[in-house]
Design a protein around this ligand. Structure first.
Ligand code: HH2
Length: 452
């Protein structure tokens, strides 16, 4: 059965499988069908062995199976597309009908990605960051599949003028390249490329400062599994890096990572679930079920206080923790100013006029405050960028249209419980003296624990 991807509130859905960013950490299990991968080269070259391993990873709780047929380790021999496909296709054809989780193809070649998508892969994992092969973004857009865009520099090329500036700039450009090719922005997952043209210290800094990636407004994937930086820190060979990998994964979860790419799926799934129970509190109990989006009446001020909410569902998980009091708060952006040409009169389409946008975002900020961590809250700059894209986008007749579109977009983009958007047109053409016109829209997610 071939399933398609949909953008849903707060994430993506593939058939009935949902990826709701922020609700939990998703696990991507690695399947290398190569003779020379750095940690498991040669083990799964035989399609039957590959199939058995992939099914075991899915059984152990992997959310995505990532199949790669060319090693990226330093010194690996480059593989032509034909050879990569020769290794990949028998495995994809076996797995696609049997797996209930999406298969990603780990390739930087657009030609390989295109064929793999036709043969059962459901997303692309591009270590070339949509740059190495310029046709990659168009392939993802044509198939309307998500793509992981990873930052990389050639191995050993670690002399960055501005390490974070360059990494973030590269990933921002990848998102723009995907959008320019026609792929919805929501379908891009960013990856800073642990181990790809970085010193051990730079790799460790990727984890330490992972929240900086959240400023891109895209889900974040990290692949630390068994990598040499862990070997360097612990002075251990590749077959003894499980605990070191576990430490990096837990710290990445604590810093808001969305997907971890790992070899040892069974222990990492347990570890991630446990870490999520602490970090995503109280959202971990919601599992994968995204709350439906509905129009909401103005949130009840009484419910926005610290009082008990009669609609809070009984915990359904096996644990029954006593919830810490949620810190309901509102992040407020005021009078974001744009010049645009929305309106019903012909002259409003010809002559730009000012638009002022206010945004309120309701969320629980207790975890962000406790950790002083941007990843656990909302980045104002990214909110501004998203508002600008809508207000400076296609001309609309009504400010109602803008306000609804903004409310939907913000609710989908950020892990907030509710949004309020006010769009004002101070120079609106009115028949008498006035300070303009405005429309205000409220939207909330239903059924969330701790919503305002
Ligand atoms: N790391 C490897 C391969 N692909 N893809 C993403 N998105 N992120 C990563 O960090 C990443 C990746 C290297 O690991 P592995 O696949 O185990 O080794 P090899 O490239 O030698 O097959």
């Amino acid at each position: 059965m071939s399933r398609t991807w949909r953008v849903i509130p707060g994430g993506l859905a593939w058939g009935d499988r949902r990826f709701v960013w922020g609700s939990r950490t998703y696990v991507m299990g690695i399947l290398n069908v190569t003779p020379d991968s750095f940690s498991d080269g040669g083990r799964y070259l035989d399609p039957a062995a590959a199939e058995e391993h992939a099914l075991a990873m899915a059984e152990a709780g992997a959310d995505i199976i990532d199949v790669g047929a060319e090693s990226t380790r330093p010194g690996a021999t480059p593989v032509p597309a034909e050879e990569e496909l020769r290794r990949l296709l028998p495995v994809l054809r076996r797995l696609a009908p049997k797996l209930d989780v999406p298969i990603s193809v780990d390739t930087y070649k657009a030609q390989v990605a295109r064929v793999a998508l036709e043969e059962g892969a459901a997303l692309i994992n591009d270590v070339g960051g949509l740059r190495r092969d310029p046709a990659m973004a168009a392939v993802a857009a044509a198939h309307r599949v998500p793509v992981v865009a990873m930052h990389a520099r050639p191995h050993g090329d670690t002399a960055y003028a501005d390490f974070w500036g360059e990494t973030l700039g590269f990933l921002r450009a990848a998102i723009e390249r995907a959008e320019a090719a026609g792929l919805p922005r929501e379908m891009v997952i960013v990856d800073p490329g642990f181990g790809f043209g970085k010193t051990p210290e730079q790799n460790l800094d990727l984890i330490r400062q992972l929240p900086r990636l959240r400023t891109l407004g895209a889900p974040v994937l990290l692949g630390t599994s068994r990598k040499s930086t862990i070997g360097r820190v612990l002075d251990l060979p590749v077959d003894q890096r499980l605990e070191g990998t576990a430490a990096t994964v837990v710290l990445a979860v604590a810093r808001g990572v969305d997907v971890v790419r790992v070899h040892d799926v069974a222990p990492m799934v347990r570890l991630v679930r446990m870490a999520d129970a602490v970090v995503r509190h109280p959202r971990w109990r919601e599992g994968d079920e995204p709350a439906p989006v509905r129009d909401a009446a103005r949130p009840d001020p009484a419910a926005a206080g610290a009082g008990a909410d009669p609609d809070v569902p009984r915990p359904t998980g096996r644990l029954d923790p006593t919830p810490a009091p949620p810190a309901r708060s509102v992040i407020q952006l005021r009078a974001l100013r744009f010049e645009a040409r929305h309106g019903v009169l012909p002259e409003e389409h010809r002559n730009p006029q000012p638009f002022l946008v206010d945004v309120d975002l309701g969320l629980d900020t207790a975890a962000a405050a406790a950790a002083d961590d941007l990843a656990l809250t909302v980045d104002y700059a990214e909110v501004h960028r998203r508002v600008a894209r809508v207000v400076e986008g296609p001309h609309r007749r009504l400010i109602e249209t803008l306000a609804h579109q903004l409310a939907d977009d913000l609710l989908h983009a950020f892990p907030v419980d509710w949004v309020r958007v006010r769009v004002a047109k101070p120079a609106a053409p009115l028949p008498g003296p006035a300070e303009g016109a405005a429309v205000e829209v409220w939207r909330s997610r239903a059924g969330r624990v701790g919503t305002g």
